[in-house]
Structure formats: C-alpha cells, structure tokens
Design a protein around this ligand. Structure first.
Ligand code: SF4
Ligand code: SF4
Length: 404
C-alpha cells in the first residue's frame, strides 16, 4: 500500500466533531442501524488503530456516496476512511449474488450476444420470484437490460472514419455504454464529430472497479485499475489525447478512488480525465461560433445531480450544456441521493432503505410537471425510472437528439 492511500487513511485527526457530516448522510437519515459518518469514520478510526477488534460490520451500510466529505468543513476524507476500514478489517466474504453484481465486465460479455433472451428471462416475474430467495436480489427491482452487441464492436465499423478528423480525443466508455446502452457512446461521437473532433477508444478497457470495490473484490479492482491507468497514460502522455467519460461514477472512481483506495498513482494524468459534458461545454462557451444548430420543441427538464457528480463539483457543466438548447427549461432538483448507490439497491436487504433514501427526490420529480429527467449517472437513471413515471436521459443523449 503506498503513500497516496495512507494520506486519506490518516486525516481523521482533522475532525473538529461538528457532526455536519451526519446531517448530510443519506443513510443515517433512514437506517437506525448505521452509526453514521462521524462515528464510523474519524471516531471509529481512532479506536480501530488502537485495536482492530473495534471494527464494526455495520460500516457495510455506508453507500460511499461521499456526501459527508462534500459537507465536512475540515476536509476529512470520511468516505475514504470508512472504505479503507472495510477493505482492511471486514471478515464478510462476498456471496454469489455480490459476485454477479460486481463483475460487470464478465456478466456483460456473457449476456450481450444473447441480449433479447437474457432480457426476456430477467424481466419475467416468475424468474424474479426465484432470484429473490435464491440470490437475494429483490424481486421488485427492475434489472438492467443488455444491448444486443457491444459498443466496442459497433465502434470497429467507424474506427477508420474517426481517424480522419484533425483533432482527436480518447473515450473511456465504461461497462454501461459497452453492454447496456451503446447509444450513449454513439451520441457522444455524433456531438464530437459535429464539432470536428474524432473519438478514439482506449486500446483496452476494464470496468473502473466501482462495483468490485463496494462488494469486496479489492484485488480484482486494483488489477483493473492498473490496466486502465496504463491505457490512460498511453493516451495522455504518448498520444497527447485527453480521456473523456460519460459516467460521473466511472469518472470519480478513476480520478479519485484509484489513488485513494487502490494505491494507483495517477497524478500525471488525473487532470486529463474529464466528463465529456465539461469538455464540450468549455469548447462551446469559449467560442460561440461552435454552438451547433438545434431542432427541437419546448422541453421541461429536471436535472438530478448524482452523488459522485456532487463530489466532482461538475454538475454546472452538464446543466449549462442543457441550457444552451433553445426552448429548453432546466430545473435543478434539490441535491439528494437517489438511493440506488450502484449495486446497493439491487440487494434484497437494502431495497426499502434504497427507496426511502430517494423518496424526496422522487416526490420532487413527480410534482414538478417535467417532460423528462436528466442525469450523468446510469444507476441514478435506473432508480429514477423505477420509482417515478419519468424517463431519465443523459445530457449528451438529449443534446444529440436535438442537433439539427
Ligand atoms: S459516504 Fe455517504 S453513506 Fe457513507 S458515511 Fe458518507 S454520507 Fe454516509
Ligand atoms: S463534518 Fe468533518 S469535522 Fe465535522 S464531525 Fe464530520 S468529519 Fe468531523
């Protein structure tokens, strides 16, 4: 374990015991079994360093949303402290269910060639009823649909054409675009090409590791992170191409969780990894002539800020990008965790907590009279579409649809 990891491990001394973190923790609000960020983080760390027996398995309730860190006036890395404690001390072994949920690359590779059949099976009520007691995946949960064929396979058809643009960027697409929603990757390429920029994929790409970390597969997450880091270095340092992303959680994981939790030193390339919405907005706002023509009617959009977007501090770019579309009214919803937290909400034991965490967000969405919701996180999309009557689209998919 290197110095980068130790840095976030030891800053519990900065805690001034104000308890603000507890007020902002979405889990503390709804789950009385969770001791909360102050007690699980800095207070608990003091005790655990004296005696690891003070480790408490209730730390598993932390959904690693980092809202406590955003709120903390002393910049205590509370979420990191809790995650590191889980990595170091937890005796809990991942179950078969956790293995399935965590290995998104493996499951995606298996499912995409047979997507129509897999989707039909996993959405059938009798199958869900079997999965519920067997795997402890809640039967009320809608399981994500797979696409028939991957984004990377589709990209092969346009790879040569993308090379013809004088300006280029790299794209870290993540598991969601590759296995579930290739359309989002296609939308990004459409927008970049309209700005005369070609899109390259990294030669190889593995899952950023967010689901592996939260389900206890740290070695596998570190192995993936090492490979991703090598590929990102090739892009940034050798090819001089920034690496764009479309998922706020992948972005946050690669930029911050890799160094803080997995010991990856990414200081040379971290600043060149950014959300495509931020990159595009900066391009358009510095040169108004870049702003494309749009072809759309009136649209009332609610923007939901995902937890990791809150931590990145980049929701401004996605919101302002949406506001560039004429006749679009954007309302920014109160910043509130939706409750799914990656794989957390799929687990039977977390279903009610997951729903309760998101309740005020769902209410705001239903009562606002919006045409649709927009968000930069795929799992927030799943949660919002499951618990409200609205569709949730990525800002870039909305933008791509209305490009003239
Ligand atoms: S990371 Fe989120 S769930 Fe965990 S303690 Fe902080 S606010 Fe609570
Ligand atoms: S908000 Fe920060 S300083 Fe205040 S109690 Fe929580 S960790 Fe300590």
């Amino acid at each position: 374990m290197n110095l980068l990891v130790n840095k976030s491990e030891n800053n519990f001394e900065q805690c001034i015991k104000c308890t603000i973190c507890t007020v902002y923790c979405p889990v503390s609000k709804v789950n009385p079994e969770y001791p909360g960020p102050k007690q699980s983080g800095p207070d608990g760390e003091r005790l655990r360093l004296k005696n690891p027996d003070f480790y408490d398995e209730s730390l598993k309730y932390c959904i690693n949303c980092k809202r406590c860190e955003v709120a903390c006036p002393s910049n205590v890395k509370i979420g990191d402290i809790i995650q590191m404690a889980r990595i170091k001390y937890s005796q809990k072994k991942p179950t078969l269910r956790d293995t399935i949920l965590a290995h998104t690359d493996f499951m995606g590779t298996l499912a995409t060639p047979f997507a129509p059949v897999v989707n039909a099976i996993t959405s059938a009520k009798p199958v869900k009823k079997i999965l519920d007691p067997l795997l402890q995946i809640d039967k009320r949960r809608n399981l994500p649909k797979y696409s028939f064929g991957t984004f990377r396979n589709w990209y092969k058809k346009i790879a040569e054409q993308q090379k013809t643009f004088a300006e280029q960027v790299s794209y870290f697409h993540g598991c969601y675009v590759n296995y579930n929603n290739p359309q989002l990757g296609k939308d990004l390429i459409k927008i970049m090409n309209s700005l005369n920029i070609g899109v390259q994929l990294l030669e190889k790409e593995r899952c950023c590791g967010i689901a592996l970390i939260s389900n206890g597969f740290i070695d596998k997450a570190a192995k993936n992170a090492k490979l991703d880091e090598q590929e990102i270095r090739k892009s940034v340092l050798e090819k001089k191409l920034p690496v764009l992303t479309t998922s706020s959680s992948c972005t946050f994981t690669i930029r911050d969780e890799h160094p803080h939790l997995l010991g990856i030193d990414n200081r040379e390339v971290r600043d060149e990894i950014e959300l495509a919405t931020r990159y595009i907005y900066r391009l358009l706002s510095t040169n108004q002539s870049n702003i494309p023509e749009f072809n759309n009617g009136k649209l009332k959009i609610a923007y939901h800020t995902p937890c990791h977007m809150e931590k990145l501090g980049w929701s401004y770019y996605s919101i302002e990008l949406l506001k560039l579309i004429p006749k679009v009214e954007v309302t920014v919803l109160d910043s509130n965790c939706c409750g799914i937290a990656g794989t957390f909400g799929f687990k039977k034991e977390n279903h009610e907590t997951s729903k309760k965490i998101g309740e005020s967000l769902f209410k705001q969405i239903e009562e606002g009279g919006f045409d649709l919701v927009s968000s930069d996180c795929e799992t927030c999309k799943w949660q919002i579409e499951m618990f409200t009557s609205k569709k949730c689209e990525h800002p870039l998919s909305i933008l791509a649809k209305v490009l003239a």
